[in-house]
Design a protein around this ligand. Structure first.
Ligand code: PHE
Length: 437
């Protein structure tokens, strides 16, 4: 499932994750994650590769592109609280229930999220902290954090990425609503002077309704305020680079969306190099979230955006793995507060290996395969593509052919090394019960 599609579309069914600790045959009873030790159970699927990312905190590393982008966005919301130190380990309650995710939502599946055990997981989005931040009485805030999702492997997907969540809540009496309107008008006047072309959708429609407990006009006022704030943020981020020429307007498009924790909900896309790119998800905060936070008399909006995707555009960074590089040839190119064009220091050759196998009779999810490859090859894997799938007409067994592309950013990989990596991948797959063809 592609995470960059911020909305998770429910697949028909999900199957349990295979226990896939390749190194040891029996899973350990306890694991250490950050400073704590946790008992394992049949939910445990966090891998050593993933654990090792928890302490990196790229979004707090001076000069790192993710940090510079974060600062730029923070500067757009000067009167908001700027938070960035919340632990990535949350409960499924925080990540899902506190936001009214239904019990059968696919995002909860072990195939999609990393669990330490049944009661502790790595947050899959910054929205996981909405209730606790609102509960502290913070009414305007921006939160930057690393988030974790099991996903496929290619140049724009990585199991860890960074999100920023922004939220603002308001009083709902007539004078507060009036104030929101005034702020929106001010933003609207500014935008009218900017070279931006906005394709809007109706704030509220039959397919994107206001919440039943909300006064429709108030909901509309809040949605409108959200749209103006974000349109001006998009202009700040992309003006000048998104179009082919400086004279071209920046094109921003709003579309109706669905999230379990907002209503109405939207996605924002920006036109870049001939394509619409999904930049963020947002909407009017579900009232039950605010009730849980102890602020039932407020209404508000929230948005969540992925930083890597924006940084890849602003810096021309071609591969998402580069953000994790500790190579000075990468890091020394950036200065805090500056957007420069990344100069690839070299492109070493890629080398690929194919493997065909019968899937085990107990089902195996594609994400199990991706985690095996990541655990063996780490950032030496550039892409994993399933290039053929078929079901044997008589036995009904499923076969896959998988192409793993290996490439290092720092050096040429020699054949022997690639062979070794691939043979480790193959033997880990065999431990999952696959039969090599
Ligand atoms: N948390 C959502 C995601 O990661 C984005 C979002 C945040 C949507 C806030 C609405 C409001 O997909």
């Amino acid at each position: 499932m592609r995470w960059l599609s911020l909305v998770r579309t429910p697949p028909l069914y999900r199957t349990p994750t295979l226990v896939r600790r390749c190194q040891s045959t029996s899973a350990p009873r306890h694991i250490r994650v950050l400073q704590d030790t946790y008992p394992t159970d049949d939910y445990t699927n966090i891998t050593p590769t993933i654990s090792s990312k928890l302490s990196r905190r790229l979004h707090a590393q001076e000069g790192h592109p993710i940090t510079t982008l974060r600062s730029l966005i923070e500067s757009h919301f000067p009167d908001f609280a700027h938070l960035s130190s919340l632990s990535p380990i949350v409960t499924p309650h925080q990540n899902f229930d506190s936001l009214s995710f239904p019990a059968d939502h696919p995002g909860r599946a072990k195939t999609d999220s990393y669990y330490i055990n049944k009661n502790a997981m790595l947050r899959t989005h910054t929205s996981a902290h909405e209730v606790e931040v609102f509960a502290k009485g913070t009414e305007r805030w921006l939160l930057t954090a690393d988030v974790y999702r099991r996903d496929e492997i290619d140049a724009s997907h990585y199991p860890v990425f960074h999100q920023m969540e922004g939220a603002k809540i308001f009083g709902t009496d007539a004078s507060s609503i009036d104030q929101i309107e005034q702020e929106s008008q001010r933003l609207e006047r500014q935008l009218a002077l900017s070279n931006i072309d906005i394709e809007d959708v109706r704030h509220i429609s039959e397919t994107n309704p206001a919440q039943t407990s909300h006064d429709v006009r108030s909901s509309e006022v809040i949605a409108k305020n959200l749209k103006f704030c974000l349109n001006s943020l998009m202009y700040k981020l992309f003006a000048g680079i998104a179009g082919a020429a400086k004279s071209d307007p920046l094109r921003v498009r709003w579309i109706e969306a669905y999230f379990p924790f907002t209503g109405p909900s939207y996605e924002v896309e920006v036109f870049f190099r001939g394509k619409w790119l999904e930049i963020l998800g947002c909407g009017v905060v579900l009232q039950s979230t605010l009730d849980r936070a102890g602020v039932p008399n407020k209404m508000g909006w929230a948005f969540g955006l992925g930083l890597e995707r924006i940084a890849m555009i602003l810096y021309s960074i071609p591969d998402i793995r580069l953000f994790w590089s500790e190579d000075p040839r990468f890091l020394s190119q950036f200065t805090h507060g500056k957007f420069s064009t990344f100069k690839p220091y070299s492109k070493y050759p890629a080398s690929y290996r194919d493997v065909s196998f019968w899937k085990p009779s107990s089902d195996m999810h594609d994400n199990d395969l991706y985690d095996v490859v990541r655990d063996v090859a780490g950032d030496l894997v550039e892409d994993v593509a399933i290039i053929d799938r078929f079901t044997h007409p008589k036995t009904q067994r499923h076969s896959l052919t998988v192409r793993v592309v290996y490439r290092s950013f720092d050096r040429s990989l020699v054949n022997e090394e690639v062979n070794l990596l691939q043979s480790r991948v193959v033997s880990c797959l065999q431990k999952l019960g696959v039969e090599i063809r």
